[in-house]
Design a protein around this ligand. Sequence first.
Ligand SMILES: *Cc1c(COP(=O)(O)O)cnc(C)c1O
Length: 364
Amino acid sequence: MNIPFVDLEAQYQSIRDEIDGAIAKVLATKQFIGGPEIRDFEQSFAATMQLSHVVACANGTDALELALEALDIGVGDEVLVPSLTWISSAEAVSRVGATPIFVDILEREYTIDPVQAAACITPQTKAMIPVHLYGLPARMSELKELALKNDLKIIEDAAQAHLAAIDRQMVGQLGDVITFSFYPGKNLGAYGDAGAVGTNDSKLAEKIQKLSNHGQLKKHQHEVVGRNSRMDVVQAAILNAKLPHLEGWTQAREQVAGWYGKYLPPAVQAPEVPDGFRHVYHLFVVQVNQRDALMAHLTAAQIGCSIHYPYPLPLVPAYTSLHQTGQHRVAEKVCSRIVSLPMYPEMKEKQVRAVCESIRAFWS
Ligand SMILES: *Cc1c(COP(=O)(O)O)cnc(C)c1O
């Protein structure tokens, strides 16, 4: 059975009329920049995530950069970043002129280790970027306590964590700012690049809005030096069509995770979810011995699998010059053992069973 890693086609077919209609509407109105599609998306996504303000922008990497800039983080500042994450979480810090300080991760949750984070704080530390990796919230209450004690800003990277929550409270409530990506494969995915920044601070929201649109709130009133990081209107229309389905898709992901829990052999270490945390399973990442051989076996059986991510960030060439300051002992161990299995809302129980049977066959 050929089982893809993700299946964007299945999702498109399930909502084809809504998507085609949304795109046709943009083409009919010719409102290609700004306007009601963008405003509607900002308002409905803010309501969905229980945030007072959402500013749409061009992509999730820009969202992080805009958040850092709006918080006045720049040259000479240090920002705590987990050692295991997509490169954007560190790249944005470097782009604003600050230095990412890599902090090791929790071995079973894969998110930033609050104890190690505390040990990395110096007088230059201005902020931290907890990443809700794979869809599981970071340990926000411990991190919030640390931030309050040391006067640090918190930028939550929720690129993989739309609707993730702790004790029924959406992520984003304990941080100063939260950022999202709508890259096509994300839990809420556009058909191109798109991103957003959320906050409950209206001044900060205004600053982000300004920075993302040439330093202006009103046309030709350039109050600060900004940039162009606007969300594309076609993408906003697609996201407006998709947003009402997000909760259903998230529940479907949870069900797929449940089937994995039922059928995976004991040799595979499945994701662990702390009490009260809502994991939204952007990725279904397990740990195994003989990872590379297992991946070869799955690939031969036409089962999609991948590694997120193969290297701790302190060990990628772009960051090896910071190596001596980077913690990555746990991240490095985890990187040699993790494999991401197929996960998408349209996945069927028999497909999950087939993946698990193939894994079982490898071990026996
Ligand atoms: C996808 C992703 C981003 C960046 O989003 P883009 O929209 O691709 O720029 C940032 N952080 C994490 C953790 C991501 O997974």
